[in-house]
Ligand binder design. Structure first.
Ligand SMILES: Nc1ncnc2c1ncn2[C@@H]1O[C@H](COP(=O)(O)OP(=O)(O)O)[C@@H](O)[C@H]1O
Ligand SMILES: O=C(CO)[C@@H](O)[C@@H](O)COP(=O)(O)O
Length: 609
């Protein structure tokens, strides 16, 4: 830590790059006090309908982002946070970042995103693929099938299936749908590492994304630590050298990646050369902020999606986990990740699609949000009174089924069912989904001793009480509303040498409120009954296809893909006809061309029942 800054005045900045916005927080290094913050919403948000460059439609399940939106967070949110905190740039001892993951982009060897090269701006595959880009399920299925067939030991570290969200599936999709761009991509890099490269001018790779999203398991995979050339070639001969695009020395979490470059100093208003910590993931970095680093302490970071992150001193193969990675959260322990791809997203869907006009008016008149109104109405009823069970798979299932071609379900609808009944059933479904994950850990011999929540959703007290009742456990709550950014600031403080390690920095700067929600025995008993019903539906639609269950969700998705492909082809034909009839008519985005990308093979072929 620089000696010229009095200990009470030293601050670190943490920047949390989320799904829709980036948030910078100025944190006092001595005690973690958050002095000021600022948010910058991404101009393009999630690019999931049409490409910004030319308005062409994207196929279903695509989700892209625009790197300039991330730079804008540095330019706008950092100076605004400093101003809000009332501190000067020379008090800032270090900067740390965290990112959604696996959010991954093709880049040149100099770090330029391919989508920023004019010749590639109209190519969807040139853009960063956001974590919730789910169009590489076909590739994920093939990676899993081959790994299983070859008995690859690493597969069990990923719960027996890697997700279509991860680096390999997304890269294989790039190769197979746009081979020219694949060849042009000298780097396939997580946004978590790319932003650090932008900040420092120094290329680095962090151990967290390499392990969880990049299948880096050095004790199982000799050499680079990544799956070997023969495995990659068996997936697709053109994929044989993929490792060259990702293999780079890994840096430990809490380490210094480099000093702030002159360019980034100009963007942020900070002083050139201050340490920038190694990249990290929004979920994993939060454990330090919540003082949830000890073995068995599971942190659920609940927002658009939920990530479950837990350290353990034990290594076990937990079915359906996202990954177990040595040093993946803090050096010296096994870090486990599990998750639910849709949580807040599902509640948002209910608000978007099932809020009657009268409810919207009431919320407006009372000056409260739709979530608050639906929650208030939903909590008046006893457990089970709505007669519903929902499956929380609107964005697929990341753990424990690892299948993004599953979809949501609500059973028990009648003419009496109200919007708040549906809303409550969806809240409960996400709690049941978390219970499946906690049960999987415990059954595999990885004990869960503490359960803590962080993220945007703990503000919903009723939802938190449902979690306590469904899990039959006390729920602790992080003592910060910006756990990711605080966690990043903690890592920055370690990188600056203010603390010897992440544990001590977390103890001094992190915050947790213990036992905020306690399970109610009666409600817990009633929820056990509903959970049993949830498990039956879960297994029927998600697990037991070969044992009498139903594959209907996959078949519906295949039909959807066929219908949309036909619709897009019709639009293309109509557009071409209009252009031929009147050559002065440009091919407009009123009837935009879709990409020529095929829907996934599984979609087009359909899946046997
Ligand atoms: N009171 C509420 N109850 C339940 N869900 C909510 C509430 N308010 C917002 N949400 C949901 O929370 C999600 C945003 O969570 P947040 O943690 O702020 O974002 P992110 O995950 O992108 O960092 C949205 O999907 C929104 O639908
Ligand atoms: O998957 C991970 C981390 O592994 C998350 O980045 C991803 O779920 C996005 O998180 P948010 O819901 O945007 O907070």
């Amino acid at each position: 830590m620089p000696e010229h800054i009095p200990v009470d005045e030293a601050v670190a900045i943490g920047i949390d790059f989320g799904t829709l916005s980036g948030r910078a927080v100025v944190v006092r290094v001595r005690d973690g006090e958050e002095l000021g913050d600022a948010v910058h919403e991404y101009r393009h948000g999630v690019v999931d309908r049409s490409l910004p460059a030319d308005g062409r439609l994207l196929p279903p399940d695509w989700a892209l982002q625009v790197p300039q939106d991330w730079r804008d967070v540095l330019r706008k949110a950092v100076p605004a946070a400093l101003a809000a905190a009332g501190v000067s740039a020379d008090q800032v001892i270090a900067l740390g970042t965290d990112f959604t993951a696996c959010t991954v982009l093709p880049a040149t060897a100099a770090g330029a995103p391919l989508c920023e090269l004019p010749q590639y701006a109209d190519r969807p595959h040139a853009y960063p693929k956001l974590w919730k880009h789910h169009a590489a399920q076909d590739q994920a299925d093939r990676i899993n099938a081959l790994a299983e067939q070859r008995g690859e030991a690493w597969l069990a570290r990923y719960g027996g299936r890697i997700s279509s969200e991860w680096q390999y599936a997304k890269a294989l999709q790039l190769l197979e749908e746009d081979p020219e761009l694949y060849a042009a991509a000298e780097r396939w890099i997580e946004a978590a590492d790319w932003i650090v490269w932008e900040l420092t001018g120094v290329e680095s790779r962090n151990q967290c994304t390499a392990g969880y999203k990049g299948i880096h398991q050095p004790d199982l995979l000799p050499g680079s630590g990544y799956p070997g050339r023969d495995f990659l070639a068996a997936l697709n001969p053109g994929f044989a050298d993929f490792t060259e695009k990702i293999d780079f020395p890994l840096s430990p979490l809490g380490g210094k990646a480099g000093g702030l470059s002159p360019r980034a100093a100009a963007w942020t208003g900070l002083i050139e050369g201050i340490p920038v910590s190694v990249g990290n993931v929004d979920a994993h970095v939060t454990n330090a902020a919540a003082r949830a680093l000890e073995p068995g302490h599971l942190l659920a970071i609940m927002g658009t999606s939920t990530c479950h992150i837990m350290n353990s001193d034990r290594l076990a193969d937990v079915p359906g986990m996202c990954g177990a990675v040595r040093d993946g959260v803090v050096p010296g322990l096994w870090g486990y990740e599990a998750g639910q791809s849709g949580v807040g997203d599902i509640f948002a869907w209910a608000v978007r699609t099932a809020l009657p006009e009268g409810y919207a008016r009431e919320a407006h008149e009372r000056g409260i949000g739709a979530h608050e109104l639906l929650t208030e109405k939903a909590q008046a009823q006893p457990v089970g009174a709505h007669g519903l069970i929902a499956l929380d798979w609107h964005s697929g299932n990341r753990s424990t089924l690892v299948d993004h071609h599953l979809s949501g379900l609500i059973v028990g609808l009648t003419l009496d069912t109200s919007p708040e009944d549906v809303y409550r059933a969806l809240l409960e479904a996400t709690a049941f989904g978390t219970r499946v994950i906690v049960d999987a850990f415990e059954r595999s011999g990885v004990p869960v001793t503490d359960f803590t929540v962080a993220g945007g959703l703990p503000k919903n007290a009723f939802l938190m009480q449902i979690y306590a009742d469904v899990l039959r456990r006390p729920v602790n709550v992080i003592g910060s509303e910006q756990g990711g950014a605080l966690g990043s600031a903690i890592h920055a403080a370690v990188a600056a040498g203010a603390y010897p390690d992440i544990h001590s920095a977390s103890a001094a700067m992190g915050r947790i409120r213990r036992d905020v929600y306690l399970p109610d025995p009666e409600r817990a008993r009633d929820y056990d009954l509903l959970y049993a019903e949830y498990r039956e539906l879960h297994d029927h639609f998600g697990r037991d296809r070969l044992a009498g269950g139903s594959n209907v969700m996959h078949r519906l998705r295949a039909l959807r893909a066929q219908a949309r492909t036909a619709q897009a082809a019709d639009a293309r034909t109509a557009n071409a006809r209009a252009a031929n009839a009147d050559p002065s008519t440009p091919a407009t985005s009123a009837t935009p061309a879709t990409t020529d990308l095929p829907a996934s093979r599984a979609d087009l072929d359909g899946v046997p029942a």
